[in-house]
Design a protein around this ligand. Structure first.
Ligand SMILES: *[C@@H]1O[C@H](CO)[C@@H](O)[C@H](O)[C@H]1NC(C)=O
Ligand SMILES: *[C@@H]1O[C@H](CO)[C@@H](O)[C@H](O)[C@H]1NC(C)=O
Ligand SMILES: *[C@@H]1O[C@H](CO)[C@@H](O)[C@H](O)[C@H]1NC(C)=O
Ligand SMILES: *[C@@H]1O[C@H](CO)[C@@H](O)[C@H](O)[C@H]1NC(C)=O
Length: 694
């Protein structure tokens, strides 16, 4: 019997959202993005029930503490902290009064004696401009305003320690400070660099930078934490001297890299001129990449198309802050308009997802023999963060795809191109599409033995659907034309193995293998239809008619296998009427405008899911009580308004109830609202699914 979904929804209204003592807008997430720009500059503030910026440590997405941040403000000689857990004497924590997040910013307000501080973390999202999007830096700005109208004497302090480059306190580090008219930049890096090795998911190479614009009243210092912080707390300024005892281990008198800015007697910092810092994690080379013949090449970061080295990039980035804030406001307005059209709750899910999704890949350039970069050789590489670190995993790029379509489809083309290059190099033996470009980021060394994690129907279907939707969105047929025969090869495989899919994994590999998966059959059939439409786009009318005819006949036969005998729902696998699952691959049918599956199937599933919606969502399938946030939103995108709003609200509840404390998880137990291991993953780009259907 159908449960009244209205009754269910009102029951759900009494949720226990995290309720910190400061105001939150739109809600308090499990973790707050601070500097979230790429897989190794990916720093968050865990929340749970709510945690102040200045009583807790920022953490890498893994949960490893980045304790090496201390930020103070001195007001009329009295010191207050606004970032980092306290421990040192001589200051009091400022009082956090407000937090809000938008699509690219996390903003905190504090009261520090007679002044109000506004602390803003901006990780720029500028997908139309690949250079700006890929600069591996994030901003931090501090605005000060008098609360009583009187002028107050204000100095702002900021430091990081060498813990930003290593999770090992015994590791030796080197550092520099560069002073130019534009900027004062500290840099710190490991003595022994291993460009393609990670330790606890932190890369063992590269350099971390902390910079501020140079100008009146700016001092700096490097040296032991106690000495440098102590000097600021007592005098409000630093010595502008460098500690030269290096290299030394991270924990040997804990070297810190600090700036102090004396604002003098002020009532407010000008709106366009807050105290500004930027933090970056820079590497060159960024990835290793296998090419035809099997050689492993090294690739440079995309910013080298414009800047020969880091210093001019930092000057550019600092000077670009006003522009970056303008871009951030435009993005916020676009999210509010387009996602807000669905609901305010949906807009807030989108806002929380964008930075996380876009911080999972890097754009790279090929290098010439002399080390210079080849600006015509552009490829993007993604880390499958937290689930296993695979590189450019196709069934992770696929759920990520909606954010590609909504921002800049070129990013998708650049992520898929390595797959085409590798699979046409002759090095990969399987007839179906490859799972990933390498077992662990940042080594894209392929799978010449063909033993990548096999998801034959999944990945072949994904490639075809993504290629078609890219072409539909952009009109650019170049990749399709160049790799047409490879697309046909995968389609041939789908024709063999989609209607009756063999025992195999789908993208939901944590659920295990299964034969005759209904949802996988949908993927394969939509893939065949997508190839029909691709063939039509390139003028291959004969193949177009053939593939379309095959897909159409498969849909007919599929219905006899996949629908439960009582006609109430699609089964999880053929013939098992007591099973069901999220048939989210129907989203692909709508995305490419194929509409090859009849409306009656959508209607049947819509009614079925309404009876299955719980407080924190709908389970993935009857094998377990867990679910996936991305796939639920794909279902929401093809559902009626009532189910759509029900799913969106249940996900906002999951992300705001104060139960979890990591970057957005996409895999969680529905009854408890408790996350599984997955977090900080690219697939939250799929939360934008409701914005991209034609
Ligand atoms: C410091 O500067 C030297 C000389 O320019 C350079 O070789 C080294 O890589 C720099 N180290 C860091 C951590 O920036
Ligand atoms: C700031 O104000 C204090 C107290 O009014 C005064 O002693 C000091 O000279 C002023 N400093 C500057 C830089 O104007
Ligand atoms: C898969 O489904 C087909 C069609 O219903 C059936 O003939 C076949 O036995 C099933 N295979 C398995 C392994 O259940
Ligand atoms: C249609 O495709 C099937 C499967 O690839 C193939 O066997 C058949 O020859 C094709 N028919 C035509 C008319 O192209």
């Amino acid at each position: 019997m159908l449960l009244s979904s209205l009754g269910l929804l009102s029951l759900l209204a009494s949720a226990t959202r995290a309720a910190p003592s400061w105001t939150v807008e739109p809600f308090n997430p499990p973790a707050i993005p601070l500097a979230v720009k790429h897989p190794y500059l990916n720093v968050w503030l865990p929340q749970g029930q709510g945690a102040e910026l200045n009583r807790n440590w920022p953490r890498l997405w893994t949960g490893d503490v980045r304790p090496a941040v201390f930020r103070y403000v001195r007001v009329d000689g009295k010191a207050y902290s606004w970032l980092g857990a306290s421990g040192n004497p001589g200051f009091t924590p400022a009082t956090q009064t407000a937090f809000r997040f938008t699509a690219s910013r996390s903003e905190f307000k504090f009261t520090a004696g007679p002044v109000e501080l506004t602390v803003t973390f901006l990780s720029p999202v500028n997908t139309d401009d690949l250079l700006r999007q890929t600069i591996p830096f994030s901003y931090l700005s501090v605005a000060v305003a008098s609360k009583d109208g009187a002028a107050h004497n204000v100095q702002v302090y900021n430091d990081i320690s060498a813990e930003w480059v290593s999770t090992d306190p015994n590791a030796d580090v080197y550092w520099n400070t560069t002073v130019s008219s534009a900027a004062i930049s500290h840099s710190v890096g490991l003595r022994y660099q291993a460009p393609f090795e990670e330790n606890r998911d932190l890369i063992r190479s590269g350099t971390v930078y902390l910079s501020t614009p140079n100008g009146d009243g700016v001092t700096y210092q490097t040296g032991s934490d106690a000495v440098v912080r102590g000097l600021f707390l007592s005098t409000g300024a630093l010595s502008s001297t460098k500690d030269t005892r290096q290299p030394r281990p991270v924990e040997d008198q804990w070297p810190v890299f600090a700036h102090a800015i004396n604002l003098g007697n002020i009532t407010a910092t000008p709106a366009n001129k807050p105290v500004l810092f930027c933090i970056g994690h820079v590497r060159d080379p960024v990835v290793q990449y296998i090419v035809k013949g099997g050689a492993l090449t090294e690739r440079a970061p995309y910013w080298r198309s414009r800047f020969a080295n880091v210093d001019p990039m930092i000057s550019f980035f600092l000077a670009d802050w006003v522009n970056a804030m303008g871009v951030a406001h435009n993005l916020d307005a676009r999210v509010d308009t387009e996602a807000g059209k669905i609901s305010k709750d949906y807009a807030s899910l989108v806002k929380l997802s964008i930075r996380q999704a876009l911080a999972t890949f890097e754009v790279t350039l090929g290098k010439n023999a002399d080390g210079s970069v080849n600006t015509n050789d552009v490829l993007a590489f993604m880390k499958e963060i937290s689930s296993n670190g695979n590189m450019n995993t196709i069934d992770v790029i696929f759920p990520f795809w909606p954010i590609v379509l909504w921002t800049n489809p070129t990013i998708g083309k650049l992520l898929l191109e390595p797959h085409f290059q590798y699979q046409t190099s002759g090095l990969y033996p399987n007839k179906w599409a490859l799972h990933d470009m390498g077992a662990h980021y940042p080594r894209a060394n392929g799978h010449n033995d063909g033993n990548d994690e096999a998801m034959p129907v999944e990945e072949s279907g994904n490639m075809l659907i993504m290629m078609l939707s890219y072409a539909q969105k952009t009109g650019d047929l170049s990749q399709i034309k160049q790799y047409y025969s490879r697309l046909q090869q995968w389609t041939e495989f789908l024709i063999e193995d989609s209607l009756i899919p063999a025992d195999q994994l789908s993208t939901d590999d944590f659920a295990g293998r299964l034969a005759n998966q209904t949802n996988l059959a949908i993927k394969g059939i939509v893939g065949i239809k997508a190839m029909g439409m691709i063939a039509e786009l390139v003028g291959d009318a004969e193949s177009a008619a053939n593939y379309t005819a095959i897909a159409t006949s498969y849909v007919e036969q599929f219905q006899t296998f996949a629908i439960a005998k009582d006609g109430s729902h699609l089964t999880l696998s053929y013939g098992h009427d007591d099973t069901w699952g999220l048939a989210y691959n129907l989203f692909g049918d709508r995305l490419i405008g194929a509409n090859i599956f009849p409306q009656s199937i959508y209607d049947m599933q819509n009614a079925w899911y309404k009876t299955k919606l719980q407080k924190y969502g709908i389970i993935l399938d009857t094998r377990n009580t867990w679910s996936k946030s991305d796939w639920q939103l794909w279902i929401a995108a093809i559902s009626d308004d009532e189910l759509k709003h029900g799913i969106v609200s249940s996900l906002v509840r999951f992300y705001s109830d104060g139960i979890n404390s990591t970057p957005m998880s996409d895999l969680y137990y529905v009854p408890e609202g408790r996350e599984n291991a997955f977090k900080a993953r690219p697939v939250v780009g799929g939360h934008l699914a409701l914005l991209v259907l034609p």
